[in-house]
Design a protein around this ligand. Structure first.
Ligand SMILES: Cc1cc2nc3c(=O)[nH]c(=O)nc-3n(C[C@H](O)[C@H](O)[C@H](O)COP(=O)(O)OP(=O)(O)OC[C@H]3O[C@@H](n4cnc5c(N)ncnc54)[C@H](O)[C@@H]3O)c2cc1C
Length: 213
């Protein structure tokens, strides 16, 4: 129990949750903190029910007052200064660390002044886009923040980008080896984007990533 003490973490870090399964096996799974560091011990998670997965369904089924053990924060998938123009590339719940980072960055002008930030966020359908209204609102409030949701199976009414995130990366990254990229999601998507960026001449050191599987 964290109580209402301040809970120290850096945007982008994750927590390790432990739970005993009905068969007695202890399971540990990592979940990124989806909210920015704040004044109290509350934090948000962005969860997806994985078919037949124990922990994701356990967490999604928790009711107010239920308890679970967790440890952390852990992880080095955090913003590394000096701040440069930055692309954040996510699919699905891979948005969690970027929601934390972007809310933190945009909360204080001095943290992002003079820098351009792009969020390329891939999902299947419009209903799958986590925090869509929030990111649209942030983009409306900050002219240097560009929100690019893209759908792989968008309905006819969708007027935004279509296809996979990596199809839209060159539009931002080509000829710009001075940008940083942060990538978060499942292994296949992280790999596709890393390969793409290195193929257009980016230094590996400018590319940071977190894999969920
Ligand atoms: C650093 C880190 C941060 C993470 N942050 C988050 C987060 O913020 N939100 C979140 O929902 N998950 C996150 N995950 C994934 C999470 O830890 C679990 O792997 C996931 O919830 C599945 O656990 P499970 O026990 O339900 O299913 P398991 O029984 O462990 O997995 C069932 C199958 O689903 C696959 N799988 C794992 N994750 C996913 C996924 N996200 N989508 C589709 N298939 C998957 C596994 O490879 C496995 O084959 C993170 C993982 C890491 C390593």
């Amino acid at each position: 129990m964290l109580g209402m003490r301040r809970f120290g973490f850096v945007a982008g870090q994750w927590l390790s949750f432990k739970q005993i399964k009905p068969d007695g096996e202890e399971l540990t799974r990592a979940y990124s903190i989806a909210s920015p560091p704040g004044e109290d011990a509350r934090f948000a998670l962005c969860l997806n029910r994985v078919q037949d997965g124990f922990m994701s369904n356990f967490l999604c089924d928790m009711k107010e007052g239920d308890e679970i053990r967790c440890q952390g924060p852990f992880g080095d998938f955090i913003l590394h200064p000096p701040m440069r123009d930055t692309i954040f590339i996510a699919t699905g719940t891979g948005i969690a660390p970027f929601r934390s980072m972007l809310h933190w960055l945009l909360a204080d002008e001095s943290r992002h002044q003079g820098k351009r930030l792009w969020l390329l966020f891939g999902n299947r359908c419009e209903k799958d886009i986590y925090y869509h209204d929030q990111f649209q609102r942030l983009a409306g409030q900050h002219s240097n923040f560009h929100y690019w949701p893209t759908l792989s199976r968008g309905a006819a009414e969708w007027h935004g980008l279509r296809g996979y995130v990596q199809e839209h990366v060159p539009g931002i990254a080509q000829g710009r080896p001075d940008i940083d990229a942060y990538i978060c999601g499942l292994d296949k998507m992280v790999k596709a984007n890393r390969e793409l960026l290195t193929s257009i001449g980016w230094d590996r050191k400018s590319i940071r990533y977190e894999k969920y599987d």
